[in-house]
Design a protein around this ligand. Sequence first.
Ligand code: PLP
Length: 391
Amino acid sequence: MRHPAPADPFSLTGRLDKIKSAGLFRTRRTISSAQGAVIHAGGRRYDNFSSNDYLGLANDARLVGAVQDAVATYGVGSGASQLICGRSSAHEQLEEALAAHTGRSRAVVFSSGYLANLAVITTFATRREDVVVMDRENHASLVDGALLARASLRRYGHHDIAGLERLCTGKRALVATDGVFSMDGSIAALPDIVTVCTGHQAMLAVDDAHGFGVLGETGGGALQHFSLDQSRVPILMATFGKACGAMGAFVAGPDAVVEAVIQSGRSYIYTTAMPPSLAVAARRSLAIITRESWRRERLRDLVGRFCRGAKQLDLPVLASGTPIQGFLAGSAEAAVRGSDYARSRGIWLNAIRPPTVPKNTERLRITLTAGHSDEQVDRLLDALAQLKKTL
Ligand SMILES: *Cc1c(COP(=O)(O)O)cnc(C)c1O
């Protein structure tokens, strides 16, 4: 059936053509299997080095079972936002477990990390004269929070602590940083950032989406890694969609911080609560993450194996001690070509291009997970060595 084309007053056709000609068009690919170190798509098997399922829990039988049981108890939908009638005992128990796990007074659960960051930034930066100070490579949801807050957004160079200090002047300042940066795997210099914030009486929020579960002795993340309690870092945000293998997010900190987010976070108040079954899954995941430190050790070993191999092969890889590794392609076109090549070798790798990363730093983003085998990592290294020759 042919559908008539509507008028195009916003020049969508032209805009899309421009995205395509810049090599920035994004293609959605559909997978037909569960998430894991191996996935299936279009009838083919792929070694998956693109997910954020760092501990290999997204398809863990215990989480699957927990969700099945929870659905039998709570049903599927949460029915409403948390402040209406969408908050179940599953959410409450998860919040209590999170406060205990993170060593913070209280926690509040969100439907997603994007929404949690919008709530954090808009709750604190409420006046035009407020400043929100961020690392240039912070996640888009933190940037969007600042834009929504209409406070003044100031950004410093990646890891530039002196730059941060220069921007923390006068007025009320909220400093927000990724704990582990999502596109290069580097860890923020949190002790130094804390020192600057303390000196300037700035409020500090850490988005630990990629550190939570992965770093720290019991998976407490970057803050546990650096032993920073809530007196140093009052606002901790982390998500359940990555190492926890589920979906959703939380904010944890002192009572007043959490209560303020509940009272004024519009992306908390005006959105449907996460399904109770996922709250149950996240709590189960938290218990697994705390107990099964072998998953973190296995991941560390694989990161070591990858880094040693990359060094031997002299691959253009951004140095990182976390499961996120960047293979620099040099251009958007080369990154897409690299991704296509990897797929032809049965390896799933995504091209990361502007605006997600700065121009000329286009890369293949590689993520290792505890579910990968040594052989998978070796196959990846071999494919990257071949790819390097063609770039
Ligand atoms: C994934 C991510 C988010 C968003 O979390 P969702 O639950 O996927 O919405 C926020 N911050 C960072 C650093 C992330 O990597």
